[in-house]
Structure formats: C-alpha cells, structure tokens
Design a protein around this ligand. Structure first.
Ligand SMILES: C[S@@+](CC[C@H](N)C(=O)[O-])C[C@H]1O[C@@H](n2cnc3c(N)ncnc32)[C@H](O)[C@@H]1O
Length: 241
C-alpha cells in the first residue's frame, strides 16, 4: 500500500465519520448534501487529485440528492452497480481503472511496432481491446494477445476481435500471465503497479524485449525513448529489457 493511498484511505475514513456525525445532528438534509460536496471538493484540492476529480467530488453528493428527487426506479441503480462491478475489477484490486488508448496513441504505438518488428505483442490489461483491434487490422502476420481481468470488458473485447484470427484475449490476471513468449509488451495501467510490473517483465522476458508504457513511467528506470503523443497529454515510455 503506497503512502498516497494510505493518506486517501485515512481522509476517506474520517470524512465518513464526519458525515455520519452531521447526519445524526442535523435536520437540514438538503444543505448537508451540498455541504458534503463542498468539503469533498476542498479535500480533493488538498490531496492534489487531478483537476477532474475536484469536479467529480464536488457534484457527487449533490448529484445523489438530486437523483433521489427524480424517483428513478432502483433497478437502474442496481444495473449501474453491476456494470461498474464487472468493468472495475482492476480498479478494486490493482488501482487500475478502465480508460482507453486514444487513436493518436495507437498511431504512435503502430509506428513503434513497425520499427521493432516483433513476432508477438501483448497488451497487459487490454480493456475492450481497442489497441488489439487497431494492431490486428494492420499486422496480420503478428501474434497479438491481450489479458484482461474484468469480465464485461473482456467479453466486449473478445466480440470486437472475432474477425481477427491473429488476435485473442484471455480473461486472467496479469500477474498470473507468463511473459516469456512476448517480444513486445504494452501497458496502459496506473502509477501503482509499475515498479512490480517492471520486476516481472525483467525476470520473465528475453533480452531485447520491448516494453511500452502509456503515460506511467517505471519509477527510477530511464526509458530508451519518450514519445510525446501530439495533441494529447499522453506520453509513451519505451524500455528495452
Ligand atoms: C487503463 S485500461 C487500458 C485498456 C487498454 N489497454 C487500452 O489501452 O485501451 C487498464 C485495463 O487493465 C485492466 N486490469 C487492471 N488490473 C488488471 C490485472 N491485474 N490483470 C488484468 N487486467 C487488469 C483493467 O480492467 C482495464 O481494463
């Protein structure tokens, strides 16, 4: 558990106690929702979350209150819960949520794959197979694989790949995936697993294997190259084992 994560858990715990205390001691329920939104916003700024988190924290509790006034059938919330649950295993276990490589990043990745001419490619945490589909179309002789541990994203990913014989995705945990057979590995995860992932890559892959991490560098390891993806705030960090 890293220090930042511990700090967040600590703040969340005391915030929850504080909210519980307020609920017990007020009859101004409506104002309380707005107040909690304001406090969450303040704490988000305090712990230096990304700016879009400030907005999410600000509107979350007021949003809950407003949605409760719309008399939406509870089944919709249950449905929403299941969608989140079956797409978010990575967020719960490894602090890696689902977000997708964009087209410009895939274009840059395509150039790198073309340059290194690997025989096999692995997207470690392949989401809904956005990158796999992009490459499977363009490298029909290359073995393209993905591993994904959230069921719904995996399922969507397999459907998107059904027309490509050279590509496949497995429903499994990346930490249980042997890496030896891959000579090009791509990851778009989060800062949290990068150090441990690099140890795994170095101990399991052959010398010369290329590892590209979208946005999240390996701590204390100098990349061979850093590619700025034009028109986005993304960077590709390229490492060679
Ligand atoms: C940021 S998304 C990237 C998706 C895809 N690689 C792309 O670039 O579009 C990270 C993905 O990794 C998956 N993931 C997180 N932890 C994982 C684990 N331990 N094993 C397998 N997949 C994992 C998440 O479910 C999520 O779909």
């Amino acid at each position: 558990m890293n220090q930042n994560f511990r700090k967040q858990i600590f703040i969340e715990f005391f915030s929850a106690l504080f909210v519980f205390f307020l609920i017990q001691n007020t009859n101004q329920q409506v104002n309380l929702y707005y107040f909690i939104g304001g406090v969450a916003f303040f704490l988000s700024v305090l712990v230096k979350n990304h700016y879009w988190w400030h907005f999410i924290h600000l509107v979350f509790m007021p949003g809950i209150y407003l949605s409760s006034t719309l008399h939406i059938h509870p089944i919709f919330f249950l449905f929403g819960f299941f969608i989140l649950f079956f797409t978010s295993k990575g967020a719960i276990k490894d602090q890696v949520p689902l977000f997708l490589s964009n087209k410009k990043t895939n274009e840059e990745l395509y150039k790198l794959v073309k340059k290194y001419e690997p025989k096999s490619f692995l997207d470690i945490g392949s989401g809904i197979s956005t990158t796999l589909v992009y490459l499977a179309k363009r490298f029909i002789d290359m073995k393209i694989s993905g591993v994904e541990n959230s069921y719904l994203t995996y399922k969507i990913g397999t459907l998107r790949l059904k027309d490509y014989d050279n590509a496949q995705v497995k429903l499994t945990n990346l930490w249980d995936t042997p890496l030896k057979e891959y000579d090009f590995i791509y990851a778009f995860l989060s800062p949290s697993p990068m150090e441990k992932l690099w140890v795994k890559i170095k101990s399991e892959t052959n010398p010369g294997t290329i590892f590209v991490s979208n946005s999240f560098p390996v701590p204390n390891v100098n990349p061979e190259t850093v590619i700025e993806v034009e028109g986005t705030n993304r960077k590709l960090y390229v490492y060679q084992v």
